[in-house]
Design a protein around this ligand. Sequence first.
Ligand SMILES: C[S@@+](CC[C@H](N)C(=O)[O-])C[C@H]1O[C@@H](n2cnc3c(N)ncnc32)[C@H](O)[C@@H]1O
Length: 201
Amino acid sequence: MKNELIDLVAWSHFFLSEVLENGDAALDLTAGGGRDTLFLARQVGVAGQVFSFDIQAEAIERTSRLLANTNIEYSRYNNHEGELSRGNGVFLIHASHDRIKDFIPGKVKVVIANLGYLPGGDKNLTTRQETTLAALRQAMAITEAGGRIAVVVYVGHPGGEEEERTVAGFFQDLGETEWKVLKLEPWNRKKPPVLWLAEKW
Ligand SMILES: C[S@@+](CC[C@H](N)C(=O)[O-])C[C@H]1O[C@@H](n2cnc3c(N)ncnc32)[C@H](O)[C@@H]1O
């Protein structure tokens, strides 16, 4: 099916699907409604691993339901538990994404982060520049060579513009010999979202 040209989430899935294979490990920094986690789970299959974080119980619940409705098995973890096993499957982690290193035992092939607030949820519970930056730093450190990171940033909510500046700075600072970075944004919209893509060499 053809995607809408300016659907940045669809573009993020497209770019990640080019490198993400059956049996790979993948990381979703913001489970939210579960759409990205479901995409990753389908892509890596039962032989792969998906780690998906969210600070909201409602998001973990929504993602669980979406996976259950599509017959994908998952297990749930919370703030108080430590590093996960090396087994396969989808791991839904009810914790802030700046705790990646506490939970994830190895490397991942791709990272996705759809920032902002949970659609239909509490608009005050948005991602924040400090934790987003801490999470991106940890995520880049565990991304395999040949792997990719996709981040969609929304600037319309309070703190969104500051977060976009922080994310832009993060990608700008990635060394050009180790990382290739691409920015995609709808051009004729006011305050459009932005898709950042990075590939590790
Ligand atoms: C735009 S939604 C994510 C959409 C989701 N990826 C999807 O496919 O439906 C943003 C999510 O980030 C979550 N979030 C905010 N701060 C967070 C943090 N520090 N760690 C993990 N998740 C966070 C919110 O609770 C919200 O569910």
